[in-house]
Design a protein around this ligand. Structure first.
Ligand code: NCD
Length: 348
């Protein structure tokens, strides 16, 4: 399978072989992501980032990844500042923008919008999050992080016990992640959520049809036990503002809970943002010094993985090895003392 010229709207697009090819390319591009090397394989290319919904990581890391490959970026954020506010259709906007760039990254609060946009354009469209639907580039970087974190313990992904916790109904990152983890073998996937916030049935059936075991739990105290991965998520209040849903402080993943129930070698991830306001029931900041917490290694992994994806979609992946050269500027050590032990090549 080649990704060249493809839209990336769903994680459905990928198979295990393609994922592993992207991991290898992302590994190769890690020194570029860290400002140690340069690889200008997208020189002259332009990416448009169109974000109709709040974003920090996805927009900035996509833009950084594209710039690091030598491309240029044009960007617009918020429907209120675009001509959509004057009544322009998404299809017209799409056709217009495709004349200005070679690739679009788009985020929109409505699930159908990214499909509508892609149907009207002639450049590849990357889904940066569509409502409660999917977030395929987040799932790619989550898989890359998992692959790296498990590798530190000499383990692979097959046969692992994975606990997904939080708002699994509205959280698009876990939807895309389910489609990718289930490409591996012999998993136990524990979905830990209050019943109204449970994982959509279609995704549970997909996992079962691929031979995995599903366990449902509404108690983190038991659901997180023995898990190799704890993937926490934020309560997506913006997706059901009109009807309060049950979510007790039992769902706060904090030091007390983790020290009571999690394995010593568990990996704790979260797509971020986590809600750190007082009273929120999210991943707690009192875990920040816990080496199991991989959230910032996870955000860091977003740059090389998104570089690998853009290079592949624009047909430049094969040019990467020959394009790598040392960076001509000074950048301080990438990793601080807390993170250094976790990077396979800490000298980078
Ligand atoms: C997520 C999103 O926007 O779907 N964030 C991200 O892109 N890393 C998760 C969230 O908003 O809770």
């Amino acid at each position: 399978m080649s990704l060249t010229g493809k839209h990336v709207l769903s994680s459905d697009l990928f198979d295990r072989e393609e994922l592993e090819r992207l991991f290898a390319l992302a590994d190769l591009l890690t020194p570029v992501a860290r400002g140690r090397q340069v690889a200008r394989v997208l020189e002259g290319a332009v990416m448009a980032s169109l974000f109709f919904e709040a974003s920090t990581r996805t927009r900035l890391s996509c833009e950084s990844a594209f710039l690091r490959l030598g491309g240029g970026v044009i960007s617009s954020t918020g429907a209120e500042i675009m001509s959509i506010a004057k009544g322009e259709s998404l299809a017209d906007t799409s056709r217009v923008v495709s004349g200005y760039c070679d690739l679009v990254v788009m985020r929109h609060p409505e699930e159908a919008a990214v499909h509508e946009f892609a149907a009207a354009t002639h450049v590849p469209v990357i889904n940066g999050g569509n409502g409660a639907g999917e977030h395929p580039t987040q799932a790619l970087l989550d898989m890359f992080t998992l692959h790296q974190e498990f590798a530190r313990f000499g383990r692979g992904l097959d046969g692992r016990r994975l606990a997904l916790v939080g708002d699994l109904r509205h959280g698009r990152t876990v939807h895309s992640l389910m489609k990718l983890v289930t490409l591996y073998e012999d998993l136990t996937i524990v979905c830990v959520a209050p019943e109204p916030l449970g994982m959509p049935v279609g995704l549970l059936e997909l996992a079962e049809s691929r031979g995995h075991r599903i366990e449902l739990s509404d108690r983190p105290e038991t659901g997180l036990k023995d898990a190799d991965l704890v993937y926490a998520t934020r309560l997506q209040t913006e997706r059901f503002a009109d009807r309060p849903l049950p979510y007790s402080d039992e769902f706060r993943v904090d030091r007390a809970l983790v020290s009571r129930v999690c394995r010593e070698d568990a990996v704790i991830m979260h797509p971020l943002p986590r809600d750190s306001r007082p009273g929120s029931n999210d991943l707690a900041t009192d875990l920040n010094q816990d080496p199991r917490l991989a959230i910032f290694r996870q955000t860091d992994a977003g740059i090389p993985m998104r570089m690998a994806l853009f290079a592949s979609v624009l047909g430049a992946a094969e040019a990467v090895p020959g394009a790598l050269r040392p960076a001509g500027w000074y950048r301080p050590d990438y990793t601080g003392p807390d993170d250094a032990p976790f990077y396979r090549n800490a000298a980078l």
